[in-house]
Design a protein around this ligand. Structure first.
Ligand code: GDP
Ligand code: MN
Length: 426
């Protein structure tokens, strides 16, 4: 899902006819002060990160003057929430809230539904996870006809919304459902949908995720990378997306894990398939190694694609090793991986002599694949050659995370010792 920030989501909601507080997104404390001055009223100063629980983290603050807004913004900009730095601030008019509703449209992928679904609770303002199940109302939305006004009104009645609020609220729910499909969302969450003392509704918060597969037909969002990323894309994320973007021959997924730059024990991580990726993480965790990146070359990609992913994984500057983690009996033809790996390692290892490389490959064409690897790397793997720490394993080790982890660790320690003796740092 391509996630939008709150201020972006509110912009698009507003264009879809939903009421949002007047406000402006800025990127400095001084600009936050000016934005509050332009509002000419008390303001809500809200750090923009793609993470929930911002008020708990203290990056949603209510202020009365521009000077206070500036001070609050400075404090918020110095913060990070769940590892995500705050780069932007939304300064908007403070609402005098009397009641907070929760509403969202999500995808109900249950076999019996396969449709959008409206979720509603009169107990908004807190994480929906902490709202008791019997205080949440759900209603599937007809994918062709959309949410009908009477359905929205009926849901409000069931949830105990006072009659005086129902007409306005139902109208907003319908607009939200229209926005959901018009923008090709995966989810839209408005929490709280706030009722003010003046009796008006506002979308006081907004989380909007666009369906990755539909990003191409929603160019107005300016989403460059149609995949889940926890923050701004890194260089590796951008390259990873380029590999995948125009080439649908199997999966070639690559993204960075944003591990602290200097931490030691980083491994260029190249699992094959999701389940296998978890077992590979198990192998690394067991011995205290860490993945520098996440990757996946499954679904029978061609060797050229695997080659590009593996090359990026291996080219990462801080890694102390490489793990091809085929912890599964893959039903794809594994010789594509073998050919790709031979080419990559022959190119990279002369630049990183002695780098530990543990290659685990099992499944279709396994014997041929292991033969390709062994033959193609034979000269490189001799003692004192750049590939001296390549180890190749097949089906006998397909579930043995302990063995694979320990092999990688002991090679890494050896490599680290050798490097520090030569006065080099990883
Ligand atoms: P979240 O913690 O990331 O969900 O951030 P929200 O934007 O939803 O803000 C959390 C809470 O702060 C809301 O549920 C409100 O209770 C409160 N809040 C946010 N904006 C305003 C505002 O303009 N006026 C008032 N009175 N409260 C606000
Ligand atoms: Mn919220």
């Amino acid at each position: 899902m391509a996630k939008l920030f709150e201020f972006q989501g509110k912009h698009w909601l507003s264009l879809a006819g939903l009421p949002v507080p007047a406000g402006q997104a800025v990127d400095s404390a001084v600009a936050a002060g000016s934005a509050a001055r332009r509002l000419y009223k008390p303001a809500a100063v809200k750090g923009q990160v793609q993470s929930g629980g911002r008020s708990k983290a203290g990056i949603v603050r209510l202020v009365n003057t521009p000077a206070e807004a500036e001070k609050a913004a400075a404090a918020i900009l110095a913060r990070a929430v769940n590892g995500l730095p705050v780069r932007r601030i939304l300064v908007e008019e403070k609402l005098d809230i009397v009641k907070e509703y929760y509403c969202a449209v999500v995808l109900n992928s249950a076999r019996t539904a396969r449709s959008p679904m409206l979720m509603f609770s009169p107990d908004g303002g807190v994480d929906i996870e902490s709202v008791p199940e019997n205080r949440i109302w759900r209603r599937n939305i007809d994918p062709i006809f959309g949410l009908r006004p009477y359905e929205a009104a009926e849901l409000c009645r069931q949830a105990g919304v006072p009659a005086a609020e129902t007409a306005a609220l139902a109208e907003l729910l319908v607009k939200l459902a229209v926005a959901y499909s018009g923008y090709d969302c995966q989810t839209i969450e408005v929490n709280p949908l706030a009722l003010t003392t003046a009796g008006r509704f506002y979308c006081a918060d907004c989380k909007m995720d666009i369906d990755n597969s539909a990003v191409y037909r929603q160019p107005q969002f300016g989403i460059k990378i149609a995949r889940d990323l926890p923050g701004e894309p890194t260089e590796l994320d951008k390259i990873g997306w380029e590999i995948e973007e125009d080439d649908s021959r199997g999966t070639g997924f690559l993204m960075s894990m944003r591990q602290a730059e200097k931490s030691c024990g980083l491994i260029g991580y190249h699992p094959i398939g999701g389940g296998s990726a978890m077992m590979g993480l198990d192998a690394l965790n067991r011995v205290g190694l860490k993945p520098a990146n996440y990757a996946d070359t499954s679904g029978n990609p061609v060797a050229a694609k695997i080659y590009r992913v593996a090359k990026c994984v291996l080219a990462q500057p801080k890694i102390e090793g490489y793990l091809l983690g085929g912890f599964m009996m893959a039903n794809q033809e594994q010789w594509h991986h073998a050919h790709a790996l031979v080419k990559v390692l022959r190119e990279i290892l002369p630049l990183k002599p002695g780098l530990p490389c543990v290659l685990l490959l099992c499944g279709n064409r396994e014997d041929e694949s292991l033969h390709i690897l062994r033959e193609g790397l034979k000269d490189l793997m001799r003692p004192d050659c750049p590939g001296q720490r390549i180890e190749i394993y097949g089906r006998d080790y397909v579930t043995d995370t302990e063995f694979i982890g320990n092999r990688l660790l002991s090679l890494c320690l050896e490599y680290r010792r050798e490097r520090s003796a030569a006065g080099k740092q990883v």
